[in-house]
Design a protein around this ligand. Structure first.
Ligand code: PNS
Length: 164
């Protein structure tokens, strides 16, 4: 039984994240999609909204034989991973520019907790430039984000924009 944690802010989840989760499903028996509760950041979507969005959009991907759970966590990722009895932390790497930061995190996490391995996965090329930050920026300035996030996410972003 291989259990992986896929941590992130997911504010909001993009098609790139979904692609990684679907690929991860081929490798692991269970994936916990773990949303970081970060009191230092002002998110677009609350933790509850992000959990709701995740459970909606995860229905649209192929789970193979993998169980996908959605949780949130605070504090050190490796402590959370140990508490959850996870073997692996999954991180998506898009371009070489991601690698340096991800390598630092992976090595720091290994130092803190050698029992947990970090696995880097590549999303499909079409998502190699997609990030939650860019999607939010483009959308808030009136740009098109079709195909970069699930339709329901775009819909919720539209609602947020009109609220604010
Ligand atoms: O999607 P993100 O925002 O790039 O995810 C970053 C995340 C959640 C993986 C990272 O910030 C994290 O692990 N935070 C938890 C605190 C922690 O363990 N920090 C030390 C990392 S070496």
């Amino acid at each position: 039984m291989r259990r992986a944690i896929y941590p992130g802010s997911f504010d909001p989840i993009t098609n790139g994240h979904l692609d990684i989760i679907e690929r991860g499903c081929k490798l692991f028996d269970e994936i916990i999609v773990a949303i970081l509760v970060n009191p230092n950041k002002q998110p677009l979507f609350s933790i509850e909204e992000r959990e709701e969005i995740l459970s909606e959009v995860l229905k649209t991907i192929n789970h193979y034989n993998c169980t996908i759970l959605i949780e949130d966590f605070q504090g050190l990722l490796v402590e959370y991973a140990v508490k959850k009895n996870a073997d692996v932390i999954v991180r998506g790497i898009r371009a070489v520019s991601d690698y340096e930061y991800e390598l630092q995190m992976a090595l720091m996490n290994r130092r803190l907790e050698p029992r947990i391995e970090t696995v880097f996965m590549m999303p499909a090329e079409e998502y190699s430039y997609v990030s939650s930050r860019l999607v939010k920026e483009v959308f808030s300035l009136g740009g098109k984000i079709e195909g970069l996030v699930p339709e329901s996410v775009e819909e919720r972003m539209r609602e947020k924009l009109h609220q604010g």
